[in-house]
Design a protein around this ligand. Sequence first.
Ligand SMILES: Nc1ncnc2c1ncn2[C@@H]1O[C@H](COP(=O)(O)OP(=O)(O)OP(=O)(O)O)[C@@H](O)[C@H]1O
Ligand SMILES: [Mg+2]
Length: 354
Amino acid sequence: MGTSAVKAVEMSMEGGSPVLTGFGHVDVRPGEGPEVALRELLASGSFRSTRASMGVGGQSTVVRYLEMVRMSEAELRQAIPFELQSHLPFEVDEVTYDCQALELGSPMGQEDSAQDQKHDTMTVLLAACRKDLIEERLNWVQQEGLTPVAVNLDLFALANAWELAGPAPLLTHEDEVGDGDSEPSQHKIHTERAVALVDVGAGRTSINVLMAGETCFSREIPLGGMDMTQAIARRLGVEAVEAEALKCESDGPSAEVEAAMSPVIEDLAAELVLSIDYVEHHRGVQVAELLVSGGGLLVPGAVQHLELAVGRPAHLWSPLEGLRINAERVDMEDLERWASSLVVALGLAGKVAA
Ligand SMILES: Nc1ncnc2c1ncn2[C@@H]1O[C@H](COP(=O)(O)OP(=O)(O)OP(=O)(O)O)[C@@H](O)[C@H]1O
Ligand SMILES: [Mg+2]
């Protein structure tokens, strides 16, 4: 359920692998809640499944990467309730939460300062969401006759989509020449390559940094395509609807539109650089590339602008390239147009279907 549109993807298992068998989108109209768009979307007849997996995000959610003493899963489940409150801006009984020990090594500082303690700590991923948000959304889908089967964070759905249909990471010169070297140098251990998934929506941008396919950092930044539209409206003195149309011109933005959007892209890049610097310093990984999804940077030239401002390779990726699609059940042209915005919904559906 995005700020600008509610999107849904239907995934079915066919011959042991997931296939996209339906999708849809309905804009959230100004002044209306997302439930209106959701109702319209589910009534559209695009879906056969009655099981629903939903995503949550925004200020009602919390994600933390905690350094804890190494322990079993059973011990972790006992320990977390005592840890929880200090990490939440809410009361414990207001949230639903879950946790999982990650496979990652300890953060660099700890490894450097105490080699022998390296295996005594572990990173625990903690995710929490306010119950009122979850209950509201469960009600919405149940009212449409669906059975909710899972709730996930949009941030993690992004990673699931990449796992399901993402492009292979770039191979750098260093990787190509480095393989024959069997000496496990300190440098190598500390510069594992990571990929940053960046979903630029209308109201927010999600970043999830994956190291060997596993999350090691994620965060939401309250900036997106809507901020670009507003900047255009202000600079050109036009209404938001007109600014949106100018932004989405198929032959690219005018110089003036580009100039209006530029500070927003620069601000977004600055936030991404903060996150990337943090994860590189803290985890000892090298963020080799940014894989961009969402509608926010579909303006021609916007990804290149971000790439320059962040100083890392950045590419738009389409989940359709790595996905089986039942072309008889979907409008392929519309699917291609919307592919970039469907990544989160795809990650939500794909995980449950599989
Ligand atoms: N062809 C296009 N050219 C430029 N911008 C586009 C284009 N298509 C969509 N956008 C922009 O993408 C944004 C919507 O993207 P997306 O559908 O990923 O957002 P959302 O999921 O609704 O929002 P959020 O994730 O922030 O809650 C809007 O700001 C819209 O202006
Ligand atoms: Mg979105």
